[in-house]
Design a protein around this ligand. Sequence first.
Ligand code: FIX
Ligand code: ZN
Length: 452
Amino acid sequence: MAELLKTRDAIALAVNQALARQPIVDLHTHLYPPSFGTPVANRTGQTDPNGLMLWGLDEILTYHYLVAEVFRVVPATVLPYEQFWKMSKTAQADHIWKHLFVERTPISEACRGVLTSLHLLGLDVGPSKDLRPLRAWFAQQDPSAYIDRVMELANVTSITMTNPVFDDNERARWLANPQVGRDPRFKAVLRIDPILRDWPTAARKMAAWGYQVGETFEEQTVAEAQRFLRDWIDRQQAIYLALSLPPEFAYPAPLHSPANPLALAGQHALEKIVLPVCAQRNLPFAMMIGSRLRVNPALGDGGDMVGYSDVGSVVRICQSFPQNRFLVTMLARENQHELCVAARKFGNLMIFGCWWFLNNPVLIEEMTRLRLELLGTSMIPQHSDARVLDQLLYKWTHSRAIIGKVLVDKYVDTAATGWPLVEADIQQDVQRLLQGNFENFLRGHSGNVSPG
Ligand code: FIX
Ligand code: ZN
């Protein structure tokens, strides 16, 4: 008979061991294997200025989160944006290091993240805060071996990419070498934002690529756009389709709004093209809702904003398309409770992650507690959204600690009822939260369940 876990210490030990041992399937990142090229100097001597595999010191220091933060302390009136972007990656990194790490205490989550990643690599900066020895260390790394090292340290077993087919650099690499994505450590996701955000542009591009797609939704356009999606699902061996949507996204499209024509086209594309193909191919559709893009374009990726969004639209989509499965994350804190309740209503809705501006300890804790209390373990608490490989180290170390803290509280409450809690239960729950729920949802079960 397995030992019953009754005390907080015993439960905490079991929870933290289960979390540390459980390999993670990271369902949303912007990471790439070396086959997509890397601009970072490395042991192989091979670099590609437009390469997509980002890793190493200068990339983690120039993460768009930190670019946004450095322009708070050295405003554009002091260092104009254009001047910053003209600087070399190393000079940008030195600027950020100086102003956010040397001249101030690096306590923001993004700053602390850099330090956690370096610490887990055994690269402590020491009192000199001199980056040169660290740069020398990174330059000695082999990109592929380094991926293995980081995945081992973070205990991440599978990295899910984000592969925007409307990005010229990325698309050219898939067309040039269909094997480019065939790295067993990585899985591909067909990212299609323009299809719902800006159908006319998407239609023109698909037409330019040889598909008979027009801006209005005649039969041929629908068939050809579906063919476009199927071709890319096959080329990428995509495991789901995904896009992000603005806070204004509404389903059905608002009739009387200036945004109507674009929104209506997006609605048609969703109903006639995207969801039918997802159903045909038994693939989930991921909607990341609430990002208002480029409110300050001068900050690049750091210039996007959050906005309160309409959970009612998610509800109506889940209701109207029961044959489809939806992975949903929303960016606004104020949407989280309603989204959890929506997930209680629809088995074809899986909520995931503490996305972007929510990926901060105070909110990860709040959201994880809320989700466990409303959904039990039938949700996916986190994804990394890592853009730079090394970020896997801090994003998962920080999240594991917080998810663990909340789980301990929940198990202590459950055990206090006299429920016979054993370590195997905790391991099974943790397996579901960090791997099983996602893999089962991909396969079409909301959990490896047998009726009755
Ligand atoms: O839309 C997305 O996938 C977002 O995660 C990114 O665009 C965003 O820039 C990001 O890196 C968030 O962490
Ligand atoms: Zn992302």
